[in-house]
Ligand binder design. Structure first.
Ligand code: NAD
Length: 283
C-alpha cells in the first residue's frame, strides 16, 4: 500500500464516508474537525454506517471494530503531519476552505497531494492559497462514499500530470475509478444536478406537484434510482444552497438563482436526511 496514512479534514456527511472507505481498505485515517461535539456525532454516524455495512456484507467483510479503530478522531490539525495524502471535506464555503488550506499547507509534508472534495468551488482558487498548486486536485466523491465506485476528478489550472496519476493510484487503493474533467464551477455533475434540483424546488414552491410526485416522475418514468428532491435530501439542502450560490456567483447568470423555497427550508433547519426532514421526512 502506497498511502499508509490518510488525513481527512471535515467529519460531516462526506468526511465520515471517505474515512470509512479508507479504513475499510486498510488505511490509517486522521479525521479532523473543529469540535468534540462534531466528532462525537461523526463516531455515531460511522457506527450506524458500519452496521449497514455488516448487514450488506452478511458478516463477510472486515471486522467493523477494526475499521473503527483505524480512524483517529481529533481536533488537532498537527496530527496531519503524518499523512501521505489529504482529502478535505470541510463545509462548502470559500472562507472555510481558504482557512483550512492555509493551515494544512503549513503542517502537511510538501510532497503530499491535497484532494479537494467540493460540489462547485474552483480547484484553481483553492490551489492558489497553498504553496503546492501543482499538487492540488479536485476529488468530487459521490454519496454514500463507500458504495460509489466512481469519482469525478477535477484538473485545476496548475494540477500536474504526476498529481493526476497519484490521485488515480490513491483512488485505486479505495477500490475506485475516476473520470477526469476540467475545472469549471460545478464541473460536469453539479452543473447539471444543482440546476435540476433547484428547478424541482421551484416546482414544489409553485405548487405544480408535491415532492413525492416530482420524484416519482424521475423514478417511474425515467428509471432513475432516486428523484431530484430525494437526492437533494441525501446531499443536504445547506450544501445544495451553497453550491447553487457558488454557481450563481461564478457565472453571474440568473439561471442559477436559488429557489426562495430552498433558502427558506435551510433557514428553518430543514436540511434533509441529516436533520430528519427536508423535502421528505426521515423521522
Ligand atoms: P457537512 O456540512 O456534512 O460537513 C462539513 C464538515 O466540515 C462539518 O463537520 C464541519 O464542522 C466541518 N468543518 C467546518 N470548518 C472546518 C475546519 N476549519 N476544519 C475542519 N473541519 C471543518 O458537509 P458535507 O456534505 O460533508 O460536504 C463536505 C464537502 O463535500 C463540501 O465541499 C461539499 O460540497 C462536498 N460534497 C458533498 C456531497 C454530499 O452529497 N453531501 C457530495 C460531494 C461533495
Amino acid at each position: 500500500m502506497e498511502f499508509t496514512t490518510a488525513g481527512v479534514v471535515g467529519a460531516g456527511v462526506m468526511g465520515v464516508g471517505v474515512a470509512q472507505n479508507l479504513a475499510q481498505t486498510g488505511h490509517h485515517v486522521v479525521l479532523v474537525d473543529v469540535s468534540d461535539e462534531v466528532l462525537d456525532n461523526a463516531r455515531r454516524e460511522l457506527r450506524n454506517s458500519l452496521r449497514a455495512y455488516t448487514l450488506f456484507n452478511k458478516g463477510t467483510g472486515a471486522d467493523p471494530r477494526e475499521i473503527f479503530d483505524k480512524i483517529e478522531f481529533t481536533t488537532d490539525y498537527e496530527l496531519l503531519a503524518k499523512a501521505d495524502f489529504i482529502v478535505e471535506n470541510a463545509t462548502e464555503d470559500w472562507a472555510v476552505k481558504q482557512q483550512v488550506y492555509e493551515r494544512i499547507d503549513r503542517i502537511v509534508r510538501p510532497d503530499v497531494v491535497f484532494a479537494v472534495n467540493t460540489s462547485a468551488i474552483s480547484i484553481t482558487r483553492v490551489a492558489s492559497v497553498t504553496s503546492r498548486p501543482g499538487r492540488v486536485i479536485g476529488m468530487h466523491f459521490m454519496n454514500p462514499v463507500p458504495m460509489k465506485p466512481m469519482v469525478e476528478v477535477i484538473r485545476g489550472h496548475h494540477t500536474t500530470p504526476e498529481t493526476i496519476e497519484t490521485a488515480r493510484r490513491f483512488l485505486a487503493e479505495l477500490g475506485k475509478d475516476c473520470i477526469v474533467v476540467e475545472d469549471v464551477p460545478g464541473f460536469v455533475s453539479n452543473r447539471v444536478l444543482m440546476l435540476t434540483i433547484n428547478e424541482a424546488a421551484f416546482l414544489v414552491q409553485d405548487g405544480v406537484a408535491p415532492a413525492q410526485d416530482i420524484d416519482r416522475i424521475f423514478t417511474s418514468c425515467f428509471d432513475h434510482r432516486m428523484g431530484p428532491l430525494e437526492t437533494a435530501d441525501l446531499i443536504g439542502l445547506d450544501t445544495i444552497l451553497k453550491s447553487i450560490e457558488v454557481l450563481y456567483e461564478s457565472f453571474n447568470d440568473s439561471k442559477y438563482r436559488p429557489a426562495p423555497l430552498l433558502k427558506k427550508m435551510v433557514a428553518a433547519g430543514l436540511l434533509g436526511r441529516k436533520s430528519g426532514e427536508g423535502f421528505h421526512s426521515y423521522r
